[in-house]
Design a protein around this ligand. Structure first.
Ligand SMILES: NC(=O)c1ccc[n+]([C@@H]2O[C@H](COP(=O)([O-])OP(=O)(O)OC[C@H]3O[C@@H](n4cnc5c(N)ncnc54)[C@H](O)[C@@H]3O)[C@@H](O)[C@H]2O)c1
Length: 329
């Protein structure tokens, strides 16, 4: 049976991947240093995974952790645009040096394939919609530059060493276990937790900015397909992972009003510098080469996510982080 290594397994996406793989009866190893992730994200599966607490910046540790691994799902990063602007050196260490370590360790351990959590931020604020993989990237923040540099490292390791790599450019992934508490959190996690508490959320700008919000199960599906796709279709390639539909923040607020029972209005704040106005992916390349098809749409995903945060608010401490109802098939 194949062994999967998930870097950043304590994070939102990493722990969701782990839960899906464990659910399929796969062997899972994980590494995290909890820079942004949480131990609680692993509580219910800790007995079923081989967890190693380490930093991907520790090359010796990564070499030992990669021993016997078939697939690496590389999610570890400091995933924040504002943090990268405040500290570009820490951003580069975690998001570029860390990737090179993972690739060297994977290459030396003769791993079959590395699947990388790339980012739609690579496109920058070019007005063309939808974004497709042939477009010239135009990253703005140090975070976006680092994620793009890591993508290029993926392709380079395929070309130079024959290590099979696949980069998945995620567009605004949301779902259970996304951290709502930090000032850098995703807008959905933040709005849901605020509105469930009856707190007024702030929309920066006029609310007409839009995003291709993608439920976590779709990202999980994309990772599994990226491991399985024939090398001729996937190796050394970059794919958009999204839904191909965009939703404005005002539309998102209206949908959340119904789901959370919040009866107030949002507060409108000044537009935030550096925010892009619209984001929408062309997902035809992933559909064609990986067989990817988003299974959970925005409304279904939002419902599942609100249910999970509501359950977390209501549950006694020991029941927290139990598996939410899933539409995964
Ligand atoms: N969430 C999104 O919408 C989105 C969009 C595009 C790309 N991504 C990428 O997906 C990946 C996962 O993002 P997420 O939303 O789950 O974030 P997250 O912060 O929940 O997860 C990242 C994990 O990496 C771990 N980590 C950070 N530095 C590490 C190090 N040096 N060694 C070991 N572990 C380390 C963190 O502790 C955390 O558990 C990241 O690479 C991110 O850039 C996410």
């Amino acid at each position: 049976m194949a062994l999967y290594l998930i870097t950043g397994i304590g994070g939102f996406i990493g722990s969701s991947l782990a839960r899906a793989l464990v659910g399929r009866g796969e062997r899972v190893r994980g590494v995290d240093n909890f820079a942004t992730g949480k131990r609680e994200n692993l509580t219910d599966i800790l007995g079923q995974i081989d967890f190693r607490e380490a930093s991907i910046l520790d090359l010796d540790a990564m070499k030992s952790i990669c021993n016997g691994v078939d697939y690496v799902l590389h999610q570890a990063a400091i995933p924040s645009v504002p943090k990268s602007v405040l500290d570009p050196i820490a951003n580069n260490q975690a998001n570029v040096d860390g990737t090179v370590n993972v690739l060297v360790a994977a290459r030396d351990a003769k791993v079959r394939r590395v699947v990388y959590a790339a980012s739609s931020s690579a496109y920058g604020d070019t007005p063309t919609l939808p974004k497709h993989e042939e477009m010239t990237p135009s990253p703005i923040s140090p975070y976006a530059v680092a994620k793009l540099a890591s993508e290029h490292y993926m392709t380079s390791f395929y070309r130079c060493y024959g290590l099979e790599t696949v980069a998945l450019r995620y567009f605004n992934i949301f779902g259970p276990r996304q951290d709502p508490s930090s000032p850098y959190s995703g807008v959905l996690a933040k709005f849901i937790t605020q509105m469930l508490c009856g707190d007024r959320p702030t929309i920066f700008g006029d609310g007409e900015q839009s995003r291709d919000f993608t439920f976590i199960d779709n990202a999980v599906q994309a990772n599994l397909l990226a491991c399985e796709a024939p090398a001729s279709q996937a190796a050394g390639q970059v794919f958009n992972i999204a839904t191909g539909r965009r939703v404005t923040l005002n539309e998102m607020f209206s949908a959340l009003e119904k789901l959370t029972g919040y009866s107030g209005t949002p507060e409108y704040g000044p537009e935030r510098g550096g925010d892009i106005k619209h984001s929408l992916a062309d997902i035809s390349k992933a559909e064609k080469h990986l067989g990817y098809k988003p299974k959970v749409n925005f409304e279904q995903g939002l419902g599942l996510t609100v249910d999970w945060y509501r359950q977390q608010r209501n549950a006694p401490q020991e029941n927290k982080n139990k598996e939410p109802v899933s539409l995964r098939s």
